[in-house]
Design a protein. Sequence first.
Length: 999
Amino acid sequence: MEGSRSNSYLQSIIDAISSSDVVESRIQLLKKLEDLDLSCKSELISLVESLTIFWEDFTCLDVTQCLLNRTILLVAVKRIEKDKADCLAQFLTLEVKASVWCRKHLKMTLMSIQELQEEEHSNLFFQLLLDAVKFSAASFSALARYPLSEDKALMNTVENFILEQLNLMNESVSEIQRIREFGPEILKAVQMVIDAMIKFCEVHSQALDREFSGEDFDLTSSAVNHVINVHKYIIEKLCELGTIAAKGGGGLVTILNVSWKGVFTLLQLGNGVLASKVNIAGIILNLVSLVMEPLKCAAATWSSVTNEAVSASEARRIFLPVKFFLINAVKISCLYPCQAYLVHKEIILCVLTISTYKVSLSNEKLLGTVAEAITELLETTCLDLVKCILNTTDLKQDLKLGIMDLLFTSERCSHPDGDPSNCFRIDPMNGIFNTNCEDMKDAKTLLLGRINFLLNLLRHSFDLSDDTKLLITTKLDVLLDILVQEDVYASVLLLQVPFLYFSGKTTELKWQPLFSSLVHALKTFMVAVSSSCAWLELQSFLLDNLLHPHFLCWDIVMELWCFMLRYADDGLVNGVISNFFSVMKFLASSELVLDHSSALRKMARCITMLLTYGAHSKLNEICESIFIQDKSRSSTVIWAALILEGFPLNLLSEKIKNIAIQSMIHDYLNFIGSFDETSMLALSSRVIGLPVFSASTTIQSIKLSTSDIDVRTLKFLLALLRSYKLSGVEKVKGFCRKLISETLVIISCMKHLYASNEMEEVILELEKLFISGPTASDALLYECKSGLVPFLAGLAHIKMIETDDNAKSCAVWELYHMLFKERHWAFIHLGLTAFGYFAARTSCDELWRFVPQNAALSYDLESGKHVNEEGFMLEFKIFLEKEMALLTVTPSAEQLALLMKEGLLLKDKFNTLLKSCGKGIECKSMEIDEGPSSRKRKLPEGISKGMELLKNGLKFMRQGLSLLEANHVDSRELHNKLLSHFSGLEDEIDRLDSQGGVY
C-alpha cells in the first residue's frame, strides 16, 4: 500500500507539471521531487524519464526557461546521489540532452553578453552550466559504482554521454575567460569531472584486467570494445582540453595539469591494448608542437631585445610550461617507444632546435639568462626524450641507426657568402625555428645544436644501453666532420656555453668553453663504453684518426689517447707505445725528419704527446732504447724527430736526461766545429744540420750551462751568412736559411753570447744579408725572420751607443725598421713582442730610433695610405695592455669572423687532401705504404760494388775541390760552379742508394 501511495503521489506531481503552463508553478512542483521517497526502481525510472521530457529542448529566449532547466538539473543531481537503483541509462539520457542544450545556449549567451538587459539571463545560464558540469561529475561517479555491463544499448548510451560531456567541458574551458565570475567555479567542477572520469576508467580497466587473465578472453567482445572506445574518447578529448588549457594562460594551470595527468594515467591502463586503438603518436606530436609554439613566440620577442637583459624569472615563466609538455612527452614515449618512433623526426627536430637556440643565445650578453634557463629546465628532459627511444628493446638496431643518422648527419654544408659572423646572429624566426623535418638533415643552422646535443648525450652515456653506445661510437667520425665546418670550428674554439653539473645531491650551473666541455664529454663516454661491446669500435676510431689532417680533430683524438693511457693498465700502455714506436722506426728517414707534415713527424708528434700527458712511465724506456740499446743512424733520426716535436726532457730521470743532453750538445758542437763554407756547399742538403735543429728545440725548453754553448755558435752563424751569399744552388740556400733561423734562436736563448766580441760582426752581417747586401732582394729571406725576432729582442742585453756614426747601432735600428715595415699580421705580432721585451730591458733612451716613420702600424686602417706619426705607439700601447690583461676571452663578431676565415682555409686544405687520397695520389702525411713496394732485398753484387766505388769517388772529388780552392784562389767562379754540380751529383747518388733496394 505504501508503494502504491508513493507511486500515485509521484504520478500526480508529474501530471500536474505536464498540465501546467506557468513556469513558476512547474518549478515549484519539480522541487517537490528532490526529496520524494521512492519505493521501487520503476518509480525512479519514471521520474528521470519525466525530467527528460520536461527539459525545454529549444534555446530559451528569457530567464524562465533557464530557471526551469536548472531546477530539473538540481533534481537530477539530488536523485543520482541519493538513489542506488540501477537506472543509469535514464540519467545519462537526460545528461546528454542537457549537455547538447548547454552547448547551444553557451554560444548564444556569449554573443549577447555585452547587452546589459541580458546580464541577469547570462548569469543564470552560467549557474545552470555549472550545475550541468557538476551533474556530469556525479554521473561519472555513479558509473564507477556499477559493474561493466554487457547491454549494448546501455553501452551506446554511455559512449554518447561521455562524448557530449567531454565536448561541453572543452567548450566551457575554451570560453572560460568570458564567463566572468563563474569561471573559477566551473573550472573546479571540470576538475571534478576529470577526476571522476579517471576513476571510472580505472574501475573498468580492472574489470578488463580480470578478463585478460582468463583463458577465453576475446579482444573483439562488445564489452572490451566498449571499454576501449570509452578510453579512446576520453584520452582524445583530454588531449584537446590540455591543448586548450596550454593556450589559455596561467589561469588554466590546474586544468592543464589534471588533463595531461589523466591522459598519461589512461595510457597506462589496459595492458598496452590502447597502443593499436589510440593515436599515441599523434598525442606525442601534439605535445611536441606545444613545446615549440611558446619557444618560437618567445624567441621572436627576445630577438628584438637590444637594451635590456631578459630576467631569469621571465625566462623561467616561459620555459616551465614547456618543460611540463616535454616531461609528458617523455613519460608517454617511455610507455610506447614504438609509437614515439613514428614521430621521431619531429622529436629530433624539436630537441635539436632547442639545443641550437641555447648555443646561439650563449653568444648574446642580454640573453645569457635565457640560455641558462634552457640548460636548467629543458636540456635534460630533451635528452630523456631521445634516450627513451634509443634505449628501448622494442626497436630494431637499423631503426635506431636511422635516428642517429638524423641526430648526427654526415652532410657537409657551408654558409652563404656575406659576413661570416652572421651565422652567430641567427634570426630565430628565419633560421632555427623555420627548419622543417625534410630540411633538417642538411640544415646548417642546426650544426652547433648537434654538437651541443651530442655533448650532452656523451655526458650522460652511463644511462645508455650497450647497443646505443655502439651506435654513438660509429658516429664519432661524423662529429669530426662537423668540427671541420668553419662555423662550428670557430664556435667550438671561442664560445662558452652553460652546462649543468651534478655533485651528489646538488646541481650547479657553470659556463664552460665549448671545446673543453666536448673533450670532457668524450672522456666520460670512453669510461662508459670501456666495459661494453663498443670499446673495440672506439679503439678503431682512435686508430683511424691518429693522423687526422685537421689539427682541431687531431687534438681531440690525442686528448682521448692521452686520457686512455693515463689510466690504462701497464699492458695496454706498453702495447700502444711499443707499436707506435715500431711504426716510427719503419718511417725513419733523414729526408722526412725536417718535413713538418711528414708521417714521421706526425708519429713523433703523437708519441711525444702520449709520453708527455699519458704514459710518463715509458719516457726513460724510450730514451734508453735510443741512446743505449740502439745506436744506429735511424735512432738518431727518430730522436731528432722526437726532439723537434717537443719531447719532454724535463720529465726524464736525471741520469737519462743528462745522457740525452750531452749527446745533443756533442753532436751539435761536432757539426758546427767541422763546418765551413766549403762543406756547406758540398754536403747533401737533405742531411745537413740536423744537430742544429735538435739543439735549437732543446735549448728553448732546457736551461743549459754557459759553457755548453760557446762562441763557436757565433762563428758558425757567420759562416752560414757568408755561405748564403756564395751558394748558387737554391736547394742548398733554402736549407741554409733554415739553419740561420735556428742558430739565431739558439743565440737568443744564451744571453752570455751577446757579450762576445763576435756579436758586432754578427749584427753587421745580418744587416747586410737583409738590408744593404746583394741578398736583400731575396724574397725567401722571410724564412729567417722568425728566428731573427727573438735575436733582436735579446739585443736588450748589450750596450749600444745611440749615435748615427755607430755602425752596430745603425744596423740594429735598420733591422728593427725592416721588421716594423712588414705588413703581414704574424710578423707584426712578432715584431711588437720582440720590441716589447727589448724596450722593457734595454738601457737605450732613444727608442724612437728603432721605429721607422713608415711602420706598417702607422698607416690608417681605412685606406692604408696615410701615415699617422702617433699610430705605431698607440697600437703598441694597445698591444702591451692586451698582453698584461687577464687571460679571459669574450667572444666578439670580429674574433668569430677571423676564426671563420681560418676554419675555411683549414677545411679547404682538408678537403683537398681527401680528394687527393681518393684519386690514389700519394698522401705522405697520412698513408704508410705497407705494400710490396716497401719490401727490400739485397742488391746484386755488381750494383752494390758499383755504389761503393761511386761513394769512394765522391770522397776523392771532395778532396780535389778543397785543393783547387786552396791553390787557385783566383779561380773562385770556377770553383763555385764545380761545387754546384758536385752537390747535385751527390744528391742523386744518395737518392739512388736509398731507393735502389726497393722492388
